[in-house]
Design a protein around this ligand. Sequence first.
Ligand code: AMP
Length: 425
Amino acid sequence: MSVNIPRGTQDILPGTVEKWQRLERIATDICRTYQYKEIRTPIFEHTELFQRNVGNTTDIVQKEMYTFTDRGDRSLTLRPEGTAAVVRSFVENKMYGDPNQPVKLYYNGPMFRYERPQSGRYRQFVQFGVEAIGSEDPAIDAEVLSLVMDIYRAAGLKKIELVVNSLGDQESRQAHREALINHFEPQIGEFCEDCQSRLEKNPLRILDCKKDREHELMKTAPSILDYLNDYSRTYFEKVQSYLTALDIPFTIDPTLVRGLDYYNHTAFEIMSSAEGFGAITTLCGGGRYNGLVSQMGGPDAPGIGFAFSMERLLAAIEAEGVEWQTDDRLDCYLVSVGEKAKDYTVKLLHDLRLEGIEAERDYQNRKVKAQFKAADRVQARFVAVLGEDELEQNKINLKDMETGEQEEIPLDELTSTLLKKLEAK
Ligand code: AMP
C-alpha cells in the first residue's frame, strides 16, 4: 500500500523549486543590503516558549500547535512562528551585549500549524522573516517595512497594500483594554465561547474573531487610536512620516490587532489586491514587540519584525501574472561516440564543472542521435562531440546550438573556449 503526503503539506518539485530559489535569493540579497544577518534556530522548541510568549489565548497556542512528548518526557512543539525562537536565541546567546545594536536578523524556514488546509493555508509553510532587536527608533520600524516592500517589488508584485496600526504602549493598551471590556461586557452572551473567555483574559483578541466578525458591537468597538498616550501617538506619527518620506503608500486600520499577544506600537499587514488571489489576502504580518525580550529573561530591549510565507508570495506572483525570467539552459552537453570516448567524458565533464560550466553527459547508454535529443531537451547552448578519431587526435567538435556553427578545437582548450563563448552570450 502506498503512503501519501500529509494533508496541508506539499512537495516542491524541480521546475517549481527554481522559483523558490529565486525568491530566496531576492530576499536574502535585499537583507544583505539592509545589513540583516541570517539566524537558524531549531525546528522544535520547548512548548512553554510558545505558550508563554506567543500567548495562551491565541489561536496558535490554543488550537494549532504540533506538540509532542519526546522519549525523555519533555513537551516539545514544532515551531508555529519564528519570533519567539529568535528572541529566545537573542537572550540565550546574550546578543544584547553585541556593540552593534540593534541586532538585525533574518530567518527562512518551515513553520507548522494545525490549521484547516485551504488555498494559501498549509500545515507546513515556509516563513521568511526579519527581526530588529535593540532599538526603539521609529526609523527602524520604517526600515523593516521598507525592506519587505522592497522584496515584494523586486519579486515583481504591484498589487499590494500596506495596512498599519498602532497598538500603543502598555499604558495606552491598558486604557483601551478597559474600554473594550466596558463595550463588550453587556452583550458578551451573544458572542462565541472563545470571545466570552477572551473578555477578561485578552479583550483585544475579540476584534480578531472570525466567527463574530459581523456582530454590530464589532463595528462600534472603541478604537485603540483614541486611547494612545502622547508617547505612543508621537511614535506612530513619526513612523508614518518616515513611510511617506520613503514613498511607501499605506492605509491605517485601527482594527488591525494581529493574532499574537506580544505586539505593541506598530502593527502591520500587507495584502494582495490581485484578482483571483483567493479568500486569504494577507501576504505578510508583523509588528513591534517591546517587552518580549525582558519577558524571556533578557534586558529591556525593544524589537520589531515581520514574517511572510513563501507560499503566499508565490501565489501572489502567479495571481498577478508576473513573468519569470528563469534561465535554466544548460551550458554544454557532451556527446560521445564509442566506448573510449564515453569513458573519457567522465573526466572531461568534471573539468568543465570545476570551471563553473553547467555541463551534462549521457548515463543511459544512448545512441548519438538520442544524445543530441537529450541535449535539446535541456536546451544546451553548446554540444561538444567526441568520437574515437577526435580523441586520438586530441580534438573535439564544438557546436553552437543557437547558430548551428561548428568547429574543431584542441581537446585541452574546450574549457577555455567555452568560457569565452559563454561570456560573450
Ligand atoms: P502570522 O504569524 O499568523 O502573522 O503569519 C505571518 C504570515 O505567515 C502570514 O501573513 C502568511 O504570509 C504566513 N502564514 C501564516 N500562516 C500560514 C499558513 N498556514 N500557510 C501559509 N502561510 C501562512
